[in-house]
Write a protein that binds this ligand. Sequence first.
Ligand SMILES: [Zn+2]
Length: 313
Amino acid sequence: MDYCFGVDIGGTSIKMGFFSRREGLVKKWEIPTRKGSEPTLLLQDISEAIELCLLEKSMHKDEIAGIGLTAPGPVTDNGLLRGTVNIGWGDVFLGEEAERMIGIRPVFIGNDARVAAFGEFIFGAGKEVNSLLMLTLGTGVGGGVILNGQILAGKTGTAGEIGHMTINPFETLSCSCGKKGCLEQYASATGMVRVAKSFLDETDKPSSLRKLEKVTAKDLWDEAKNGDELALKITMYVSRLLGMAVANACYIVDPEMVVIGGGVSQAGQFLLEMIQKEYATNVFPHCRDKKFALAELRNDAGIYGAAAMVFQK
Ligand SMILES: [Zn+2]
């Protein structure tokens, strides 16, 4: 069978993709995320969206090879989704529920950041390599490891959760996960803004950032690129933590490539080179020339990765 659906469940919207083995992404659209204590209504919405798409294409469910689903929570290697704080569910075997409600099988499920890494691995920046580590710098910091052509999920679904690697044991503020000193507290878009604020408060050094009513992560990187000294100092600090975290992760998985994605990665080559430089100072000399690349699929990495889970089986 040559068709499948890739579905990326986010906190506010669900990205839907209809894929053909030969042509790739045929159609993509979005539906709103219905929150609740159980996934029933949300799966109903996905089911209706799929049925409408099949009607439009004059196709039947039995012509579909399967569905790939992402979820914003840890997924164990036997398919158990361990609670999604953003949406409100407890532990659930979401793939099995989806198979029952949608009437298409098999349904594969994975954590959103891990599946996005898989999307980049099969269709994007990592097409030519055999293993990769991806960091998604957005509202949070997501991570994913692909080893031997497979998503590394782990016994409890925690493998690849680099955003919650403790990078500062002396932090007094709590991360969204409840822990203190996670990478995400400094290197997510919100974390970068927080770091920028504390740098700006610490000194009266002039900076173009002071002229802005509200500093965003994009402003920070734009001003650093424009040569603003303080902005550059802040981005160097953030890159140092990112480079260290990537180096620490590489001591365990040593992938062929490191991919940086998420909204903040739009800062481009400038950001990539800064992280790479800090990575290189924290690893053995013989691992310094690891490939670093920017993600290529942007917001579609999730649906591509979800489709790849189906087509690869
Ligand atoms: Zn955390």
